[in-house]
Design a protein around this ligand. Structure first.
Ligand code: AMP
Ligand code: GLY
Length: 427
């Protein structure tokens, strides 16, 4: 079968790399891809938002399955458009993707399904939101723009002033454009965060091992939020017991609620959770693989990913054997451009990729890279995800940072403490 992966980040490199290992994969294309996907698959020069050209490519090249990485094309209706053309595609429809595309919609689903989450109110205008904040006694709140804002539309506030300022940025200054047409104010939860990803065909749910992301830019969770500076799996924070709770109280009722509201969900359902003293609470849903969680997860997956994605598209997940996982944990360290998550320069040649590739149990997934004059150069904020397996989380961490040490470019940096939150459990 020919497979098309849509997207250009570390997640898409990991997807293409893993799919290419399938006996059933004849050719793997990535649109538009990066320097890493050019090596492990074949790049196609079509933007991930150009749905008509992606359809044309899939038809002309006999693509048997398309796999969508990022949320924007899903929210833009790529799955509906492919389905209309009778083309097979992995991911939720535009209607179901609203679970990520609209925080207000997500909160309504959670409330109707009785899934544990922070209590909230939704607002259409700044004045009523500010009145509510002025009347509310319990202040630690989180203010969120309703729509997609590349992770930037969320304000975790300590004071009333901060919360009012956040409302003004969203609803008066319109810093996120139409994504701020509505906003959510919710109770601020305390605890550690975890990512639980599950594949579903709308009837059967296959939960992947729990992972943890590192969203703040700097060590010790300091600094601005990023797309994710590293991840590891499994995380000991989510015990087997908590994982069963998440399946029973979060994932299953959500899938049922989506079916009841006539938006059946098929694809990857990714729960961003706060593990509080009272139990797991949903912070948000994403409707796609997490980036960078996807990289260490797929590094551990031993089963055939193409079989899994295919069975999801055909509603045959119940027929599939349980997934096989490498028992060893995996850690992914993101190397970023100087200035990220703010502005940064591109085009710096990357050295040492071959040395890193020679290390055992290490895979360098590319994110923001490109090929220029035959050289691999930086082309984004998050540039590489150095991913390693080890006999323990600390061994995997050590091996990933060995990989990091091999690699250099002008301004390269990374967090030094990826996976350290797990260490207190390892002792
Ligand atoms: P979201 O995009 O909704 O996941 O929010 C982004 C980040 O904001 C999360 O990863 C959390 O770190 C933080 N956050 C969101 N909602 C809450 C909440 N209710 N309480 C505490 N932190 C939150
Ligand atoms: N790892 C965070 C995300 O994919 O949104």
């Amino acid at each position: 079968m020919k497979v098309l992966v849509v997207g250009s980040g570390g997640r898409e490199h990991a997807l293409a790399w893993k799919i290419a290992q399938s006996r059933r994969a004849d050719r793997v294309y990535v649109a538009p891809g990066n320097a890493g996907t050019a090596a492990d698959a074949e790049n196609v020069d079509i933007s991930d938002s150009d749905i008509p050209r992606l359809i044309q490519f899939a038809k002309r090249n006999g693509v048997g399955l398309t796999v969508v990485g990022p949320e924007a094309p899903l929210a833009g209706g790529i799955v509906n458009a492919f389905n209309d053309e009778k083309l097979r595609i992995f991911g939720p429809t535009q209607e179901a993707a609203q679970l990520e595309g609209s925080k207000v919609f997500c909160k309504q689903v959670l409330r109707n399904a009785d899934v544990p989450t922070a209590e909230y109110r939704a607002f259409h205008d700044a004045a009523s939101a500010i009145t509510y904040l002025n009347e509310r006694d319990n202040i630690p709140v989180v203010v969120k723009a309703d729509g997609l804002a590349a992770g930037k539309g969320v304000f975790v506030c300590a004071s009333r002033e901060q919360a009012i300022d956040a409302v003004k940025q969203i609803a008066v200054d319109r810093a996120f454009g139409d994504a701020g047409n509505e906003l959510v104010i919710e109770e601020r939860l305390e605890g550690q965060e975890a990512s639980v990803l599950a594949i579903t065909d709308g009837r059967t749910i296959v939960t992947l091992p729990p992972a943890q992301d590192h969203k703040p830019a700097y060590d010790g969770d300091q600094g601005p939020n990023t797309g994710g500076m590293g991840a590891y799996t499994p995380t000991p924070l989510v015990t087997e017991e908590i994982l069963r709770m998440i399946e029973g109280q979060v994932l299953v009722p959500t899938i049922h609620q989506m079916k009841r509201s006539r938006r059946p969900f098929r694809g990857m359902l990714y729960a961003g959770l706060m593990i509080t003293a009272q139990g797991p609470r949903v912070l948000e849903y994403n409707v796609r693989f997490g980036d960078p969680e996807c990289q260490p997860l797929l590094m551990r997956l031993q089963s055939d990913l193409l079989d899994l994605l295919d069975a999801t598209v055909d509603s045959r997940l119940d027929e599939l054997d349980a997934l096989a996982w490498d028992p060893r944990p995996a850690v992914c360290v993101v190397m970023a451009s100087d200035g990220y998550p703010g502005s940064y320069e591109r085009g710096f040649p990357i050295r040492g990729l071959d040395d890193a590739a020679k290390l055992p149990d290490v895979k360098v997934f590319h994110a923001g890279t490109a090929i220029s004059d035959g050289k691999t150069v930086t082309a984004g904020g998050r540039v590489l995800g150095i991913t390693a397996l080890g006999n323990s989380i600390s061994a995997a961490k050590l091996q990933a940072y060995r990989g990091v040490k091999c690699i250099r470019w002008n301004g390269a940096w990374c967090r030094k403490d990826i996976s350290d939150k797990a260490l207190e459990y390892e002792r």
